[in-house]
Structure formats: structure tokens, C-alpha cells
Design a protein around this ligand. Structure first.
Ligand SMILES: Cc1cc2nc3c(=O)[nH]c(=O)nc-3n(C[C@H](O)[C@H](O)[C@H](O)COP(=O)(O)O)c2cc1C
Length: 202
């Protein structure tokens, strides 16, 4: 079994989502000895944003030599994603949604003909059979009934995009209210770390 561990926070050792994603990987590694782990830090090694030249190359146009390394990087992350059984993602909320680095990764894995396709019935996800576990961290509170709930575009977005490509096994662990003072920060982190230990084994 393969596990792909992705982080996207720009806050390095102060990151909450990195702490929680590491705890998730620790839990799953203990539960499934022999799990093969691949780690990708999207903040340390970002992918570039998609351009028209990327899309033209995907349609068969001959790309500039300068674009070749980037196309190869995009192909590598797509193959890495397709080959894995479990994906663990550290996903902070920045400006009400995911970091641009994580979006750039999603732009490389949401590829027509590879992870989804359109047919007469609409869209069909092609990346089913994977388990996705997301460690979300948010400064404010966005749960049901919270005044800011309508601004939640992190969990809703990630559930949407993975659902779109056919993933149905999605678990989300949330640490929120991180900006509401040190006590709440500690409480939220402790709750998320506890939830990580309670993830199902396989
Ligand atoms: C650039 C930036 C933008 C942020 N935007 C939001 C926001 O829109 N809503 C919110 O609730 N928290 C926001 N926060 C707070 C983060 O969600 C919170 O600090 C969270 O712990 C970040 O995850 P990380 O620690 O893994 O980076 C923002 C933080 C940063 C650094």
C-alpha cells in the first residue's frame, strides 16, 4: 500500500495543518506496517500555475524547451497521485480557501482523461478507490451555525474536487479557531491530534 503525504502551509514549524497531517500519517503508519510513504511539500517545492502553454502541450502542441521541466513535474505529480492508495493532505485556510500552492497541485491532478471524463451522462470520476484524509486548519470558526460558515471554501472545495474525480472515501479533521487566542489554539490542536489517533486502521 502506498501513502502520499502532502503539506501546503507556508508557516513551517508553526503550522497547525503540518502538525496534524504528520499525526495522521503516524497513526496510519502504525496501523498499517509496511505502508510506503511519499512526502511532497508544496510550499518548499511549489508547482507553477497552469498556463495556456501547459494546456496546449496537453493537446499535443510542441512545447518550448523552457516548459519541459515543468511539464515533467506536472506529469510526475499526476502519476504519483494515480499510483497511491491513500492521500493525506495538510490544508490550511488562507483567505477563505486553500493555499495557492495546493491549488496548483490540484490543477495538475484534475486532468481530463486521467482522473475524470465527460460522457453522455455528464462527468465520471476515474480516481475512485483511494482514501483521502485531510487535516484542515482555520483561524476562525466555520461549523454549522457559525456566522462565518458561509465563507468556508476549504473543506467544501476539497470534498467537491475529490468527489468530482471519483474519490468517495474522504475524512476531514479540523483544527479551527486557531486565531482565537492561545487557549483555543491549544484546545483545537489537541482535539485534532486526538481525532488523528482515532482514525480507522484501514
Ligand atoms: C495568509 C493567511 C491568510 C489567512 N486567512 C484566513 C482566513 O481567510 N480565514 C481564517 O479563518 N483564517 C485565516 N488564516 C488563519 C489560518 O487559517 C490559521 O492560522 C491556520 O492555522 C493556518 O494553517 P497552518 O498553521 O497550517 O498554516 C490565515 C492565515 C494566513 C497566514
Amino acid at each position: 500500500m502506498k501513502l502520499l503525504h502532502i503539506d501546503s502551509s507556508v508557516l513551517g514549524p508553526n503550522s497547525v495543518s503540518r502538525q496534524v497531517s504528520a499525526a495522521i500519517v503516524d497513526r496510519l503508519t502504525r496501523a498499517m506496517p509496511g505502508l510506503e510513504i511519499t512526502y511532497r511539500d508544496l510550499a518548499a517545492t511549489p508547482l507553477s500555475h497552469l498556463s495556456g502553454a501547459h494546456l496546449a502541450a496537453a493537446q499535443g502542441a510542441t512545447p518550448d524547451a523552457a516548459l519541459q521541466p515543468d511539464l515533467a513535474a506536472g506529469q510526475a505529480v499526476l502519476e504519483e497521485f494515480l499510483a497511491t492508495d491513500i492521500v493525506v493532505i495538510g490544508a490550511p485556510m488562507y483567505n477563505f480557501t486553500i493555499p495557492t500552492q495546493l491549488k496548483a497541485w490540484i490543477d495538475r491532478i484534475a486532468v481530463a482523461g486521467k482522473t475524470f471524463k465527460y460522457d453522455a451522462n455528464g462527468v465520471q470520476g476515474l480516481a475512485g478507490g483511494k482514501r483521502v484524509v485531510i487535516a484542515l486548519s482555520r483561524g476562525n470558526f466555520y461549523g454549522a451555525g457559525a456566522p462565518a460558515a458561509v465563507y468556508e471554501h476549504t473543506e467544501t472545495y476539497l470534498r467537491g474536487v475529490f468527489g468530482f474525480i471519483g474519490v468517495t472515501d474522504i475524512e476531514v479533521i479540523v483544527a479551527e479557531g486557531i486565531g482565537a487566542g492561545p487557549e483555543q489554539r491549544e484546545k483545537a490542536i489537541a482535539g485534532a491530534l486526538q481525532a488523528a489517533t482515532e482514525l480507522r486502521a484501514a
